[in-house]
Design a protein around this ligand. Sequence first.
Ligand code: IMP
Ligand code: MG
Length: 179
Amino acid sequence: MTDRAYVIDTMISAKAIAARIEELCHEIKREFGDTDKLVVVGLLRGSFVFIADLVRELDLPIEVDFLEASSYGDAMESSREVRILKDLRGAIEGRDVLVVEDIVDTGHTLSHVVRLLLSRAPKRLKSIALLDKPSRREVDFAADWIGFAIPDEFVVGYGIDFAQRNRNLPYIGKVRFTD
Ligand code: IMP
Ligand code: MG
């Protein structure tokens, strides 16, 4: 499948993403404005660009940590069974936590990670995803903040890959097969 020919059509421009991140950060600051330290947890690898832009727009005292959950591998379909491949370096008990994800698709990944982190008794825990595909949901889960709701298209760019490719596109594009 990954050797199929495809082109990428722009879906969300870099400018639109930047503007939306500014809005989201106002809302996050309204929620966490009184924090002594916010642990911003990025889900590897797809959130690495989003988290970089997000934290630079968040003038709060923060720490950054990362967690890796099993992903699609090279497939375009979710595996449904979520495993933790790399856990956080730091403890989050009694801390304010913001979990940052690239896309909520079936919902299995982020709902699993949120449940796991809640079991560690943080003070407050919220989640944010840049993209949401509500029509694909298989579990009852909603992130606290969403950048953009999108239709059921396979997207790449801004950190998000297709078989590890296209993460470095500065915008979100949709994959269109040409063969
Ligand atoms: P979920 O567990 O089905 O919600 O899957 C979430 C994960 O699947 C995200 O973290 C992405 O890594 C990946 N994913 C979902 N949709 C896409 C897509 O359109 N392009 C690339 N990766 C995706
Ligand atoms: Mg992912």
